[in-house]
Design a protein around this ligand. Structure first.
Ligand SMILES: [Zn+2]
Length: 205
């Protein structure tokens, strides 16, 4: 019978990702035999975590967590905005690949959040659809009276926290997995200069 998902617990996966991030920070990447790994993964995948992160070229989760082929099931959209197909992709990882951990990984200096902050009137078309999902967080951040870069970071933090509610409201599959503790959610932010990933909300293992 086919084995379901990873054998690791959410906490073990989290520790593994944090250890990988520390290697990334220090520039000490783990050596891997990708040829053997590619062969062993040809028939099936059992990723240990799903990651929702920005499309920004500077924030690839596989590199930032020093992971390899088959380790992460990744959904990337500008500003981490969620719509049915991206939510469905995360649901697939939870319901069919049985990942024990879902990491929301936002980042410092996000262009999508900056655009949402600078253009409260919105924008036409598909880019406008991205900004409109971030707009409520931008409005909440303005209430803090922060300005400039601080305002963008406050809006980013607020948006990342808001994503939890957006995800739960839109996905009975993910909500049920969280309630039954088959899934743990980690809300994090990546810092471009020092390379660290830090939690924005405490992770409930
Ligand atoms: Zn971004």
């Amino acid at each position: 019978m086919e084995r379901k998902g990873t054998d690791l617990t959410a906490q073990q996966v989290w520790q593994d990702l944090m250890a990988g991030n520390m290697r990334f920070v220090q520039g000490l990447f783990m050596g891997r035999n990708l040829l053997d790994l590619r062969q062993s993964l040809a028939r099936r995948q059992a990723p240990k975590a799903a990651v929702l992160c920005c499309s920004d070229s500077r924030v690839p989760p596989e590199i930032i967590f020093d992971q390899s082929l088959g380790d992460l099931f990744v959904v990337r959209t500008a500003g981490l905005v969620l719509e049915p197909t991206s939510i469905g992709s995360l649901e697939y990882a939870v319901a069919h690949l049985h990942v024990p951990l879902l990491v929301i990984k936002g980042h410092e200096c996000c262009g999508a959040v900056t655009a949402a902050v600078n253009h409260p009137e919105g924008e036409e078309g598909n880019i406008g659809a991205i900004l409109s999902q971030i707009a409520p967080a931008a409005a909440q951040a303005r209430e803090t009276r922060a300005t400039g870069r601080d305002l963008v970071e406050a809006a980013t933090d607020q948006h990342l926290k808001n994503l939890v509610g957006i995800l739960k409201q839109a996905s009975p599959i993910i909500t049920e997995a969280l309630e039954n503790r088959r899934l743990v959610l980690a809300v994090t932010k990546y810092f471009l200069k020092n390379g660290r990933v830090e939690t924005l909300l405490s992770v409930d293992f």
